[in-house]
Design a protein around this ligand. Structure first.
Ligand code: SAM
Ligand code: SF4
Length: 376
């Protein structure tokens, strides 16, 4: 098996054309909180703790990596704690997800979680990770106060895994998933992106594995957030196709529970009886499908994002972001920082970074940043 490791970091990230230092002020008289012009309120915070990563997933990073942020530009542990404190204490944030880049490459991750937990005893704090090295850190993260974990895993076959991530680390990821379950960070949510001709044949196999291991699988439609701009609407595997692929072995029925702003549509899963084509046996668990491209859920979006360099992004696809960390480092008060965050979220676009309905819209333009540089 040959694995393309890529050259050392060579590629510069495309310059962001519309980074603004300060957003326009929102109109006076609005209630306190991260509201936008369309009546949505962000309560779910995604915070990227680093832009670095030890994998090179083809749908996210180029083979040679990106030019990492210089260390002084990256948000520090103390700054993370202060910003989360403002989100929770002033603005109604009710849930926090740590992400990246790869959060596990950050040396002070456990200390960050411990400090956040010390200040917010009841805040759900989860983390999205590729799980490389998680086997050594899962228990410490649990003890520090992490609530739950999401692991990205697109294939259970070594060669396919290495082809997608450009690294031969499948066994390390599987060890990480197991350690997270053993440490009590479960149920582990597994995120999988399917790509045509690469791992789409594994849809049902991934689900069987997740159900058998007590994990919750969620398929994510591939979005145009790759550095190589290789995404194609025609080539991507849609949510409808994912349901068809799963139907070869399973019967899915919509979970009647409240979706409550969750991006994934959840289905109950039963085995398909190949003789009768009906269901066989009990409900084995659930599977989620996140149809960001074909069935966007922008009208119910509750996300606010802080990048590893401390800018506010109201949407993954936004081409505008606003500096929060610079203001903090210039000595701003908590109130001033909260106002900046509110103004930035007020400017949140209606859908997928644009004013039309989504990635299919005529005015969709792929953002300059990759998923890893935003914080997925
Ligand atoms: N490195 C961590 C990981 O992979 O879990 C956290 C950051 S990663 C950017 C967060 C999530 O974004 C992963 O589940 C990954 O599969 C997903 N992702 C990255 N690029 C994507 C794309 N172009 N379309 C859909 N999902 C993507
Ligand atoms: Fe790294 Fe996660 Fe992007 Fe893969 S998806 S390259 S693991 S940041």
């Amino acid at each position: 098996m040959t694995v393309q490791l890529g050259l050392p970091v060579l590629r510069k990230e495309v310059p962001r054309t519309s980074l603004l230092q300060a957003p326009p002020q929102r109109p006076a008289g609005q209630p306190s909180g991260l509201f936008d012009r369309f009546g949505r309120r962000a309560t779910d915070m995604r915070l990227s703790v680093t832009d670095k990563c030890n994998l090179r997933c083809t749908y996210c990073m180029p083979a040679e990596g990106l030019e990492w942020l210089p260390q002084p530009a990256v948000i520090t542990a103390a700054e993370i704690v202060r910003i989360v404190g403002i989100g929770v204490g002033h603005l109604g944030v009710r849930e926090l997800r740590l992400t990246g880049g790869e959060p596990l490459v950050r040396g002070d991750l456990v200390e960050i979680v411990r400090a956040l937990r010390g200040r917010h005893p009841d805040l759900p704090i989860s983390m999205t990770t590729n799980a490389v090295g998680l086997d050594r850190k899962a228990q410490a993260l649990k003890d520090a106060g992490l609530t739950r974990i999401n692991v990205s895993l697109d294939s259970l076959h070594e060669e396919t895994f290495a082809k997608i991530t450009r690294r031969p680390y499948l066994n390390r990821v599987l060890a990480g998933v197991q350690a997270a379950s053993a440490a009590g960070l479960g149920p582990v949510k597994i995120n999988a992106v399917l790509m045509r001709g690469i791992n789409d044949g594994e849809a049902a196999g991934l689900l069987a594995w997740a159900l058998g291991s007590g994990h919750e699988l969620r398929f994510i439609e591939q979005m145009p957030l790759d550095a190589d701009h290789g995404w194609s609407r025609r080539e991507m595997i849609t949510a409808a196709e994912i349901r068809e692929l799963l139907a070869t072995e399973f019967v899915l029925s919509r979970d009647p529970g409240e979706r409550d702003g969750a991006p994934a549509e959840r289905f109950r899963v039963q085995r398909r009886n190949p003789l009768t084509e009906g269901t066989a046996g009990p409900v084995l668990g659930t599977v989620g499908i996140i149809a960001s491209v074909t069935e966007p859920f922008c009208s119910d979006c509750r996300r606010t994002r802080i990048t590893a360099e401390g800018t506010i992004m109201s949407c993954l696809f936004s081409r505008q972001e606003f500096d929060l960390l610079g203001l903090l480092r210039a000595g701003a008060s908590d109130d001033e920082l909260a106002r900046r965050w509110e103004d930035a979220m007020w400017a949140k676009p209606k859908a997928h970074g644009r004013e039309q309905t989504g990635l299919d819209a005529d005015d969709f333009v792929q953002p300059d940043r990759t998923m890893s540089a935003i914080g997925g």
